[in-house]
Design a protein around this ligand. Structure first.
Ligand SMILES: NC(=O)c1ccc[n+]([C@@H]2O[C@H](COP(=O)([O-])OP(=O)(O)OC[C@H]3O[C@@H](n4cnc5c(N)ncnc54)[C@H](OP(=O)(O)O)[C@@H]3O)[C@@H](O)[C@H]2O)c1
Length: 394
C-alpha cells in the first residue's frame, strides 16, 4: 500500500488526484490531506478518504470554521509548519504537491529532504528554487516526478534512455483561448474570457497563465531543471487539440511523443505509480479518428510577450526565474481583480524582473528575498497602472 499526503487537495489537481486514488484503493491510501482555507470541502474529503491527518494552512480560516468536525477520526491541525510536518510522516511514501504558486516551495524542499517521492504539480516551486530543489533531492534522497502533462510525457518518452541520447525537447502548448488574437484585440480581454480554457479544466491561476502563455515559459524552466537539458534545446510548439503532450527528439533524429486525452488523471496516476503502470479502464478513452486532424503552429511571441519574458528569465538563470514567477503571480491576481489589463501583465512582470539583482540562490532565504522584492516592484507597477486607468475612466 502506498501512503499519500495530498497537499492542495481541494484544488483542481487535488480533486483529480482523489478521483484517481478513489478508483485504486487497493494500491493507494490517503494518509494526509491539506488545503488553504476551504475547510468544508476538506471535511467532506476527510469523511470520504479517512486520512490520519488533515491540515488547514490558513489559521484564520481554521479559527472561523470552529474546529474539527465532531465525528472525524483524523487529527486536524492548522498552519504552515503542520503542512511541512506531513511530508516527514513515516507512513507517507508519496507527497503530492498540488499547492498553487511559490507558496509550494517549502513543501517541495521538505518532501525531497525527507527522502519521499514528490509528485510535483506545483511547477512554481521548481521555477523559483530550481538549484535548491535539485540539491534537496540529492541530499535527502527524494525523487522528483512531474505531474504536469508535458513533463510526464517527456518522462514517459525518455524512460530507459541515457541522458546523452536526448537531443531536444519540444513542449506542446494549447495556445489558450486567445490563440490567433492580435494585441489590439487582447487589450479588452476580461477575466471571465481568460478563465474559459478550450481544452483543460484547471484552477484560476494556471488558466490565466495558459491564456498569456506564461505557463509555457514556466514549463520550459521546469523542463530545464527536471531533465538537465540546456535552454537552446527546449522548443515549444502550439498544438490546439492538446492530444500530443510533448515530443522528445533523440540525437539520431528519431522523435517520440506521448499521446492521450487531455486529462490530468493520467499524469497523476503515472506519477503515483512510476515507473510502473496501473490498469485503469476509466482512462482508456483515446480515439485517433475523433481527434484528427492534429495541427501544430509556432508560438506568437508578439501577442503573448510573457512567454518570451519567462524564457529569457530562464536563460538569465540565478534569481531571475524566481522574480519572473513572483511578478507573474502578482500580475495574474491584479488582472483577476481587474486592476490591470490583460496586455499590461507583461509590464508588471518586467517591473519585477528589473528589481531583482543578479545572483545565484544559495539558500531558501535568497529565493524568498528575491520573491519579496519582485512582488513589491510588481505591486508598484500595478498601483501605477491602476491609477492611470482610474484617471482615464473618470
Ligand atoms: N489544474 C491543472 O490541470 C494543472 C495542470 C498542470 C499543473 N498544474 C499546477 O498544479 C498546481 C495546482 O493547480 P490547481 O489548478 O490545482 O490550483 P487550484 O485549483 O487553485 O488549487 C490550489 C490548491 O492549493 C491550496 N492552497 C493554495 N495556497 C495554499 C497555501 N499557501 N498553503 C496550503 N494550501 C494552499 C488550495 O486550497 P483552498 O482550496 O483551501 O484555497 C487548493 O487546494 C499549480 O502549480 C498548477 O500550475 C495544474
Amino acid at each position: 500500500m502506498i501512503g499519500i499526503a495530498l497537499l492542495g487537495s481541494t484544488g483542481s489537481i487535488g480533486r483529480s488526484t482523489l478521483e484517481v486514488v478513489g478508483r485504486h484503493r487497493d494500491l493507494f491510501q490517503v494518509v494526509a490531506l491539506a488545503a488553504n482555507r476551504r475547510v468544508d470541502e476538506l471535511a467532506r474529503q476527510v469523511e470520504r478518504f479517512r486520512p490520519a491527518a488533515a491540515v488547514v494552512a490558513d489559521t484564520a480560516a481554521w479559527d472561523r470554521s470552529g474546529g474539527s468536525p465532531e465525528a472525524s477520526e483524523a487529527r486536524w491541525t492548522s498552519g504552515r509548519e503542520e503542512i511541512l510536518a506531513l511530508t516527514r510522516r513515516p507512513d507517507v511514501d508519496v507527497v503530492v504537491n498540488a499547492l498553487v504558486g511559490a507558496a509550494g516551495l517549502e513543501v517541495t524542499l521538505a518532501a525531497l529532504e525527507a527522502g519521499k517521492r514528490l509528485a510535483l504539480a506545483n511547477k512554481e516551486s521548481l521555477v523559483a528554487g530550481g538549484p535548491l530543489v535539485l540539491e534537496a533531492a540529492a541530499r535527502g534522497g527524494g525523487q522528483l516526478v512531474p505531474v504536469d502533462s508535458e513533463h510526464s510525457a517527456i518522462l514517459q518518452c525518455i524512460e530507459g534512455s541515457p541522458r546523452a541520447s536526448v537531443g531536444r525537447l519540444v513542449l506542446t502548448a494549447s495556445g489558450g483561448p486567445f490563440r490567433g488574437w492580435n494585441p489590439e484585440r487582447l487589450r479588452d480581454v476580461r477575466p471571465g474570457d481568460a478563465l474559459r480554457h478550450p481544452t483543460w479544466e484547471m484552477g484560476a491561476k494556471i488558466t490565466v497563465d495558459s491564456a498569456t502563455l506564461a505557463n509555457k515559459a514556466l514549463e520550459v524552466i521546469e523542463a530545464h531543471f527536471l531533465y538537465h537539458v540546456p535552454y537552446e534545446d527546449i522548443d515549444v510548439v502550439v498544438h490546439p487539440q492538446s492530444i500530443v503532450h510533448s515530443f522528445v527528439e533523440f540525437v539520431d533524429g528519431s522523435v517520440l511523443a506521448q499521446v492521450g486525452m487531455p486529462t490530468m488523471e493520467l499524469p497523476i496516476l503515472y506519477a503515483l505509480s512510476y515507473p510502473g503502470r496501473v490498469a485503469d479502464r476509466a482512462l482508456r478513452t483515446f480515439d485517433p479518428v475523433r481527434f484528427s486532424p492534429l495541427t501544430f503552429e509556432e508560438v506568437d511571441e508578439v501577442s503573448f510577450p510573457l512567454f518570451g519574458l519567462g524564457a529569457q528569465a530562464g536563460r538569465r538563470g540565478g534569481l531571475a526565474p524566481a522574480a519572473f514567477n513572483a511578478g507573474n503571480e502578482v500580475a495574474v491576481a491584479a488582472f483577476l481583480e481587474e486592476r490591470v489589463r490583460f496586455t499590461e501583465m507583461p509590464d508588471v512582470v518586467a517591473g519585477a524582473l528589473a528589481a531583482v539583482p543578479p545572483g545565484e540562490p544559495r539558500r531558501v532565504e535568497d529565493v524568498l528575498e528575491a520573491d519579496r522584492m519582485a512582488r513589491a516592484a510588481a505591486r508598484a507597477v500595478v498601483e501605477r497602472l491602476s491609477r492611470v486607468e482610474t484617471r482615464r475612466g473618470s
